[in-house]
Design a protein around this ligand. Sequence first.
Ligand code: SPD
Length: 385
Amino acid sequence: MIKGSLKGWWAFLVVAMLVLAACAPAPAAAPAAAEPAGDASQGDAPAATSERCGDSSQLSDSISFYNWGDYIDPDVLTMFEEECGVKVIYDTFSSNEDLLAKLQGGATGYDLIVPSDYMVAIMIQLGLLKELDHANIPNLANINEQFRDAPYDPGNKYSVPFMWGTAGIGYDADKVTTPPTSLAALFDPAQAKEYAGKISLLNDARETIGAALKYLGYSVNSTDPAQLEEAKQVLLAVKPYILTFDSDTYSDLVVSGETVMGHGWNGGFAVAIDENPDRNLGFVIPQEGLTIFVDTLAIPASAPNPYTAEVLINFLHEPEIAAMNTTAVLYPTPNDAALEFVDEAIKNNPAIFPSLDDLGNTEYIHDLGEVTQLYERIWTEIKAQ
Ligand code: SPD
């Protein structure tokens, strides 16, 4: 999808290299249409001829896929529907916590979900995920070893990495005095005040409290109440300068000029930069470091169509299909076999595909057990003020 000239990438690429070297809309209701009987009882799926569709006699007529926004090439879903004869009922969410609340609230219609690393660990513990039958997902072998067998899901018993990425700061270099390199641009009140009402932060408790913790020199996984109180005070101090907490449109806001900088994920800003080559947009992983994540494909324990979900997971990791997705959403795929189908300009852009050996101070978010409640309390207080 790198469509235009690469001019717009300069700020993105150069700043990200320098830094790396130096160091909601509420989710929609569970779709009623996604409450069919289980896979095997369907039986009337059209005869599928493609090997990529598994055993067609076991496929359901439809499948309900609940994903992050802007995280799939729509053509991929159409291909799956046409090739395998399975209608995809697609819906999106904006945070791991929204996804969890949905499942805990009793939504039983979803067949395929996309929890991030730490949320997989939480969902496993809560018994919310179904164990995968690896025999139906041979493309698991395409996943880079660094992303397999992770601590959040040893042996990939419940999840298959889908995409990965990092958080950072996206900005319009023509509208800021100096392109940001530090989290101080967001969290030092003196600096944030300069862009009062023109800054957005992620609408995500762990990401945004984590960013404030990083600004203070602490871990995004701090469990120290005193450090968390400091992070809360940092966020409260800059809140008057924040236009919105938003995890879906943070890059659109920079493009429209409603903000001049925003806290967001790399792929979101990468698409904005790619689509606006005439603009001086940039993205930086701040020198303090921020978060790195792996978003995964997993099947809820209550999924009506688990076999079809496994077939879709495997389909999404066909090398050409994974390449289509990464090219459309500009998040890096963990699928090594896909890389030969990804444009060099994308693969060689360190802000889209950061070097895994050089991620500086970036940290994965971990499941913090009971301390999670403290994060939730602080987040509620910040949002309420
Ligand atoms: N638009 C897709 C955004 C996916 C971001 N992943 C979330 C990571 C949360 N820690």
